[in-house]
Design a binder for this molecule. Structure first.
Ligand code: FAD
Length: 494
């Protein structure tokens, strides 16, 4: 498909028809006829129209599904690339190495990831690594740790287990749950407590909370005092653990959003940050920046697939319902940083190495061999760090972040500094189009926030990982896009 043509305003209006009407609010040079950079391709004036905000996986999946169903779609995206939090860095590295600086793992149970990859001709590879643990200065190889039921240096823990140690302190409450779909009031009210408050109430030692910080809270990119106790109890059986089977898209996850965006061709308009949404019973008008001007598009149906952390600063008129407005303003997002370190040698694969993927209480939190599908001898060691550690590193310059990362890696692999060549850092909290990692269920947010986040407001529909039962994942973002596309069609009586 060709990229969009440049056209003048009159041509644009006549070609896009009456349903999606462009109007201009000139903020400068009012007498100059502004040119329109891109227009929805192949949209006949009679077809049904949907405007989608955000070209992350959620917005792209929604647009892709709606296009398949015969809708004319236009996507507005603030960045100059598709994919949002799916971001593969290639250029900073030698020898064709690449690194996922955002979403990485595709679980074997992530049905939407697998479905879209299959449909778009992408392969998912499994990335099983030799695991290890490095906490409080002690080293454990995962296989022997489990087999010999070794004990972690944390009070109140069971031997041979890393993730899920908090479960022993939740037994009384878990016994009250007969049907996970119908939680009793005693369980629902746990939403008013934090993970820390509940664990202390149930007699867990501080060490259990400390360990939770490096296991489940790291995965959620949150801090235990901010996380809902209801979330912990409810998600406890299906949480990430050292046993989770992980994979990745062979050759880089960015191929998935790029393939979706290609299939939409000129219908994705980049570098168009949305600033204002006005909605009414007939549809919505969206105001966005384009070449220094504020432009608006009117649409009969709007899909908002922008993270709530950003949406809270976009003017909405009239305001959405009080519940939605509160949810947008307060939904919790975590802190996350990924640090990709290029080393000339893969010392982590050598016989004396502790492991290829190490769960630690150092500032690196989880550090692992990234470049498993790429030939050596060079390789990338990746750190996924979150919560307070990501925030602390966020105060440093990029060079200092890398220096600390190598220093921390040296505690696990003493030879690290000798082989370090350089690296790249992505701190998502300083990215203006997300300002955080992903959503999590904060205190008071695990009961009804998900339903509120996903509910439409008149002709405005909502997608994004934060609206999905599979939140905080690519799978959830895709699921929300599919769900919202069906919701739009149902609302249109299709
Ligand atoms: C470090 C990190 C690691 C992760 N690891 C994994 C993992 O291993 N596995 C996994 O499945 N998931 C992982 N995730 C989560 C996954 O990346 C997200 O859940 C998913 O990509 C979110 O997609 P989305 O479309 O909902 O949001 P986004 O990807 O954030 O897309 C939203 C889009 O809206 C755009 N936008 C924002 N504001 C505006 C505006 N004003 N105007 C126009 N456009 C705007 C943004 O630029 C963006 O493109 C990780 C995320 C991070 C940050």
């Amino acid at each position: 498909m060709t990229l969009a043509r440049r056209m003048n305003r009159r041509t644009f209006l006549s070609e896009t028809g009456k349903t999606l009407v462009a109007s201009w609010t000139a903020v400068a040079a009012a007498s100059v006829e502004p040119s329109i950079a891109e227009s929805p391709a192949n949209v006949s004036s009679g077809s049904r129209q949907v405007l989608v905000l955000g070209a992350g996986l959620a917005g792209l999946a929604a647009a892709y599904e709606l296009k398949k169903a015969g809708y004319g779609v236009t996507v507005l995206e603030a960045r100059t690339r598709p994919g949002g939090r799916v971001l593969t860095y290639r250029d900073p590295f030698a020898d064709g190495l690449y690194a996922e600086m955002g979403a990485e793992y595709v679980d074997s149970t992530d049905e939407y990831d697998h479905r879209f990859c299959q449909e778009l001709g992408l392969k998912v590879m499994t990335a099983k690594l030799y695991d290890a643990i490095f906490v409080r200065g002690q080293r454990f190889k995962m296989a022997s740790f489990k087999q010999n039921k070794e004990k972690l240096p944390y009070a109140g823990t069971e031997g041979g287990r890393l993730f899920g140690q908090e479960a022993a302190y939740l037994r009384r409450l878990l016994a009250l749950i007969a049907d996970p779909e119908k939680l009793p009031p005693e369980i629902l009210k746990l939403d008013n407590l934090s993970v820390v408050e509940l664990l202390l109430q149930e007699g867990a030692p501080q060490d259990i909370i400390a360990l939770y910080t490096y296991t489940q809270a790291t995965e959620s990119t949150a801090r235990p005092p901010e996380m809902s106790a209801l979330h912990m109890v409810r998600s406890h059986r299906r949480s990430f653990s050292e046993d989770t089977d992980e994979g990745r898209i062979l050759g880089g996850n960015d191929q998935l959003p790029k393939a979706l965006a290609r299939s939409l061709s000129g219908q994705v308009l980049y570098n168009r940050p949305v600033r204002r949404i006005a909605h009414d019973p007939e549809g919505a008008e969206v105001f966005f920046e384009e070449g220094g001007l504020l432009r608006s598009l009117r649409t009969p149906r709007l899909v908002v697939a922008i993270p709530f952390k950003v949406l809270r600063d976009i003017e909405v008129a009239p305001s959405f319902s009080p519940a939605k407005t509160k949810c947008i303003a307060t939904l919790a997002y975590g802190h996350v940083m990924k640090i990709a370190m290029q080393y000339e040698r893969r010392f982590w694969d050598e016989p004396d190495s502790l492991g290829q993927r190490v769960f630690t209480d150092t500032m690196l939190r989880r550090v692992y061999h990234f470049s498993v599908d790429q030939p050596g001898p060079r390789g990338i060691l990746m750190s996924f760090t979150s919560g307070a550690d990501a925030e602390a590193l966020g105060w440093l310059t990029e060079a200092e972040r890398l220096r600390v990362a190598v220093q921390e890696a040296t505690k696990i692999w003493p030879e690290a500094p000798r082989h370090f060549e350089g690296g790249a850092v992505k701190y998502w909290n300083e990215d203006p189009w997300i300002r955080g990692s992903y959503s999590f269920e904060g205190v008071g947010q695990a009961r009804d926030y998900l339903q509120i986040a996903a509910a439409p407001e008149g002709r405005v529909h909502f997608a994004g990982e934060h609206t999905s039962i599979h939140r905080a994942s690519m799978n959830g973002a895709l699921e929300s896009g599919v769900r919202v596309a069906a919701e739009v069609q149902k609302a249109e009586g299709a």
